[in-house]
Design a protein around this ligand. Structure first.
Ligand SMILES: [Zn+2]
Length: 63
């Protein structure tokens, strides 16, 4: 990756901040049918399949 290419990427703290502010405490059913409560220490982990349309599943269904 060139220096210019590298500079187009934001830091992970910004991604975390965006997700945290948008999702804090919210509850969702995922594409796999399981559930997630954000910012809950017993909540499911989540995998985001990248692409034109994001597919969001729990970590157990991501394999
Ligand atoms: Zn699942």
């Amino acid at each position: 990756m060139t220096k210019e290419e590298k500079e187009r990427y934001e830091e992970p703290e910004l991604l975390r901040d965006i997700l945290q502010r948008t999702l804090a405490g919210k509850k969702f059913r995922l594409d796999c049918g399981h559930y997630v409560t954000w910012n809950h220490h017993l909540g499911n982990d989540v995998t985001i399949r990248n692409g034109n349309k994001l597919r969001i599943v729990c970590s157990l269904c991501s394999y």
